[in-house]
Structure formats: C-alpha cells, structure tokens
Write a protein that binds this ligand. Structure first.
Ligand code: IPM
Ligand code: MG
Length: 365
C-alpha cells in the first residue's frame, strides 16, 4: 500500500528544487507513516536531449498511473529557437491536456516577515491572501483555429479564445469549492465588454454560483482587475479566470509575495475535494541563469509538495505540517538569496530543505 508519485525534475533549477521537495515529502512520510513511492522520468529540454521529445508516451503513461506528479521546471536558452515548434514547454501542454488538468490553483500570500521584499508598500501587501484558479486546458492556448500560414501579403498566424459552457462551469466550481474553506468570496475575471467568449464565461459563472448560495460571486473586467490587484490586493479571496488572463495575473500577483521563489501551484483534473489526480510545480520557471549554484529558493517547490498532499492524497494535516514548517523557518530568520535582507541568515537551496525537514521531524501529531 502507499501512494505513487511521478517525479519530473526537468531543466535549469528544476532538479535542485524538486530534490528538496522530495526530501520534505520523504520526511512527512517518515513522520506520519505513509508509504510514498517515487518514480522519475525526464521532461522538457532534458527529455528533448535524451529522448527526442519533451514528453515521451511512456512518461505520460507513468503520470497517468500515478496518484500525483511533482514537477520542477522546463525550458532554457539551449532550446529557444523561434523557428521550431519542438519546445520544452510542449511537455507542459501535453501533460495538461492529456491528463485533463483543467484547474490551475495558485495561492499567493504575503508573509508578514517578508513584506519588505515586495516592491509594493507594506500597508498595501500586508494581509494579502489570494487563491487564483486559472483555467488550464482551454482558451487561447488550445482554441481552434491555431495555426500559421503564408499569404500573398505575407505571413499570418491565429490563436483562438474559445470556451465551452462545460469548460467554464467546471473551473468555476473549483473556485467556489475553494472559497467554502475561506472567506467565501469569488471574483471572476473576464473581458465581457469586448469578447463574446467572455460573455459566455460571465453567464455560465453566474449560473454555477447559484449552486453555491453560501459563496459570493462577483465579476471584474481584466483591465480593472490588473490595477485592483496591486492597489488593493487584500480585497480578493478566490479569483477565477481564463487560461491567458490567469497566466498574466499570477505573475503580477507574485510581486505581493516578494519573490517567485515562494509560489507553489497545483493543476487538478477535478474538484479540490477528496483525492484528485494533480500536477504540482513551483510557478517560477527554470531560471537557467542560476541553475546549479545552490542558491535557488526551494520553498515554492516545497509548498507545491504541501498542495500535493492536500489535493491528491487528501492528507490535510500533513500538508499543513509543511506549511507550518515553512512559516516557522522563515520566522527563525533563514533566507535564500532571493529573499535575503540584512540581519537574516542566508542559506543555500539544500540548507533550506534541511531546515524544513528538521521542523517536520520535530512536529507533533
Ligand atoms: C506558466 C508558464 C507556462 C504557461 C509557459 C511556460 C508555457 O508561464 O505555467 O504560467 O504559459 O502556462
Ligand atoms: Mg506563466
């Protein structure tokens, strides 16, 4: 008995931060007596180099047969050629689509001891605590037609913002379910005044919200939201939006936390209740410029491991053990370079992982 976890470390800092997340999961398994079985496979550029494809069929099969997938990051300058469509990122798209990971959950919060790391004023970011739910398998990323062709007037290309009622409803349900354990507020972000697909989005979101009378759903235009997010972030609880908007807003939201190195994510194939197959990865990329130096912040990967326990294994207590350990290590003053400030203790990627492991071993429960 036990749980099967596929580990896809990927490129750049992916391998080093994933190693720390796995170490922390092993500590949780030891502390709370769970059987976790890890199986590794190459992904992204690493897979392109060794297998000729960023996401091999056998890796997909491994993921499908697992309870959860832990991923590092993919991509790097080595594989950046605008002329070819064979890119490391395709691995992500294939995983998202073929595993039906339609709901991308990205929690963003401001840690009290790190407010000075945000470029925004402390009185603005203090208390910010938002969960983004980004639609992940539709919209501009996948809508048809999607192509590029030659015309007598020159080259043309098209991507399509396309959504079905079903795709909208299921991701809004995820947002409403999450809101039930929080402040029960959902803001749905669209571009209703300009896009037909957004009008459908808003209509379906409103209908779905009727299933959740205890949750307050409101709508906001994407341009207004982009401004409100940095002017008044504490007014938001759960935010649900399309694939493209979600990609943009979650990077913008990272400034609230002060570093990309702190932000985890979960991509789920169902509601966040019970046990759902999911993929867990830090939202930062592969950061090739600092790869291998031991200075990357592993906390985003470690916090992604907490989400893995919560949503795919239904181990809420264990998930919280990780989150409490992270807060506690930050309270003790330990910082990786990205969040270092004078008077705190600078540690390496591995040392940060060790500190979290030590906290978990000492946890009660
Ligand atoms: C993300 C990333 C990806 C996306 C890239 C790497 C294709 O930015 O997960 O947010 O756009 O979805
Ligand atoms: Mg992105």
């Amino acid at each position: 008995m036990g749980y099967r976890i596929a580990v896809l470390r990927g490129d750049g800092i992916g391998p080093e931060v994933t190693a720390e997340a796995q170490k922390v999961l092993e500590a949780v398994a030891g502390r709370f007596q769970h059987g976790l079985h890890f199986e590794e496979a190459p992904v992204g550029g690493a897979a392109l180099d060794t297998m000729g494809t960023p996401m091999a069929d056998e890796t997909l099969t491994l993921c499908q047969g697992s309870d959860a997938i832990l991923l590092g990051a993919v991509g790097g300058p080595k594989w950046d050629d605008a002329r070819t469509d064979l890119r490391p990122e395709q691995a992500l798209f294939r995983l998202r689509k073929e595993l039906n990971l339609f709901a991308n959950i990205r929690p963003v919060m401001s840690y009290p001891m790190l407010v000075d790391k945000s470029p925004l004023r402390p009185e603005i970011v203090t208390g910010a605590d938002i969960i983004f739910v980004r639609e992940l398998t539709g919209g501009l990323y996948f809508g048809q037609p999607k192509k590029r062709w030659e015309t007598p007037q020159g080259r043309r290309a098209v991507d399509s913002e396309e959504y079905s009622e079903h795709e909208i409803a299921r991701v809004v349900r995820v947002a409403c379910e999450l809101a039930r354990n929080r402040r029960r507020m959902v803001v749905s972000v669209d571009k209703f005044n300009a896009l037909i697909s957004s009008r459908l989005w808003r209509q379906v979101a409103t209908e779905v919200a009727e299933e959740y009378p205890d949750v307050d759903l409101s709508h906001m235009l994407a341009d207004t939201f982009s401004m409100q997010l940095i002017m008044n972030p504490t007014r938001f609880d759960v935010v649900v939006t399309t694939n493209m908007f979600g990609d943009i807003f979650t990077d913008e939201a990272a400034v609230l936390a002060g570093s990309m190195g702190l932000l985890p994510s979960a991509s789920l194939s169902g509601l966040p209740t019970g046990r759902t197959l999911g993929l867990y990865e830090p939202i930062h990329g592969s950061a090739p410029d600092i790869a291998g130096e031991g200075i990357a912040n592993p906390l985003a990967a470690i916090l992604s491991a907490a989400l893995l326990l919560r949503y795919s294994l239904d181990l809420e207590f264990e998930a919280q053990a990780i989150e409490v350990a992270v807060t506690s290590v930050l309270e003790d003053g330990y910082r990786t370079s990205d969040i270092y400030s004078e008077g705190t203790k600078r540690v390496t990627t591995q040392e940060m992982g060790d500190l979290i492991v030590a906290k978990i071993r000492a946890a009660k429960g």
